[in-house]
Design a protein. Structure first.
Length: 375
């Protein structure tokens, strides 16, 4: 996979006004290979593992979004316009093999990541929509908060409702609204010029163009209409998990329309784990209170992290603050102990903690309490 030098960057949400630095609020669509039928991409998107991916209508336009718990939808922060502006959502459409479901989300609450500055160079482009009524008709998608670099050189699948087209034509106006899925290989994890935020990025290879253009069977590019859309990575347990959220495309030819050579960029969900974990812990599969190192399991290493930061102020999830109050204390220990031994891994992969281990953990809690009284 080649990574062209980005000469123009654009975020892609339909109906949203352009913002600074040649970005316009994003929404990624699936632009396909010339030699692969559009129906192949449409059929791929209707696989059950992508049922949770829908189209969200916001105050700024339309984007792609994903149900990650029965009452939480994940998307991009820029889908709601400028940072600090009023953010609302009206409708969430879910297309599955069973048909189209339209959900009224007008009473929902939109939360942008507190690190979203309105700038793709410095902001964390992640947002969630908290629903007033859970959606139980589809299974929520799974998240992967693992180390961002683990996605490098890995094949991922993107799902989106944006504009369609081919690598030769680029995206075409008026083609948005159909759910499609395609695949690409993550080339780099890097910042934008002058920026501090790193993005997972993959370019759209031209089939048969040479040894450095190894297009996958359903190679794709992003296009207008699907910002906030997920990319899924299959882990070692054959689970499809979201590793990124669509933020922008860049163009080597000066026209960011998703044609051959354009590069798609995704915000790693790992960038939002300290903020997102406390909001969804206990609901999303594999997310438990007490999982300080976001490994998917609550174990002794998590207790070591908590105990080494006990009584610290200005703490985050990764240092043991599981209830989000900025302090590591006995409340956080109680949350950890309630979930100790919980794991999303298949039975038998991790050993069930012995009763002696749990008893030792209880004793450790007593010692922490005593240490606090003596301090």
């Amino acid at each position: 996979m080649t990574h062209p030098r980005a000469q123009r960057l654009i975020a892609l949400a339909l109906g949203a006004a352009p913002v600074a630095f040649s970005f316009a609020p994003d929404a990624q669509g699936i632009v396909r290979r010339d030699d692969v039928a559009d129906q192949v991409y449409i059929d791929a998107a209707l696989a059950p593992e992508y049922d949770a991916v829908g189209r969200i209508f916001t105050n700024a336009g339309q984007c792609t979004a994903t149900l990650i718990t029965p009452d939480t939808i994940l998307t991009a922060a820029h889908c709601f316009g400028a940072a600090g502006s009023n953010a609302t959502a009206s409708t969430f459409e879910i297309q599955t093999a069973e048909g189209l479901q339209v959900v009224d989300v007008s009473n929902s609450t939109v939360l942008r990541h507190p690190g979203w500055t309105g700038s793709f160079e410095t902001g964390v482009d992640i947002a969630i929509i908290q629903l007033d009524t859970p959606i139980t008709s589809v299974e929520p998608a799974l998240l992967d908060f693992g180390i961002r670099s683990n996605s490098l050189t890995q094949d991922v699948t993107a799902v989106g409702y944006g504009r369609a087209g081919t690598g030769s034509t680029g995206s075409q106006p008026g083609t948005e609204g159909t759910k499609r899925a395609g695949e690409n290989r993550i080339d780099v994890l890097t910042t934008l010029t002058g920026g501090t935020r790193s993005y997972l990025q993959a370019d759209f290879d031209t089939p048969g163009a040479g040894p450095f253009n190894q297009a996958l069977d359903t190679e794709f590019s992003a296009a207008s209409g699907d910002s906030g859309g997920p990319i899924f990575l299959t882990n070692v347990f054959d689970q499809e998990r979201i590793v990124g959220v669509s933020s922008f495309i860049s163009a080597a030819d000066g026209v960011a329309d998703g044609d051959y050579g354009d590069t798609s960029g995704w915000t790693p969900v790992a960038d939002g784990y300290d903020w997102l974990f406390p909001l969804i812990a206990g609901e999303a599969d594999g997310v438990f209170f007490g999982d300080a190192n976001f490994s998917g399991s609550v174990e002794l290493i998590d207790f070591d992290i908590l105990s080494s930061n006990f009584d610290s102020v200005g703490a985050t999830w990764s240092t043991g603050d599981f209830n989000g109050d900025g302090v590591v204390n006995l409340v956080d220990f109680d949350l950890l102990s309630q979930n100790f031994g919980n794991s999303f891994f298949p039975v038998g992969v991790l050993a069930t903690p012995e009763p002696g281990t749990l008893a030792g953990l209880a004793l450790a809690g007593g010692l922490l309490a005593r240490r606090r009284r003596l301090a």
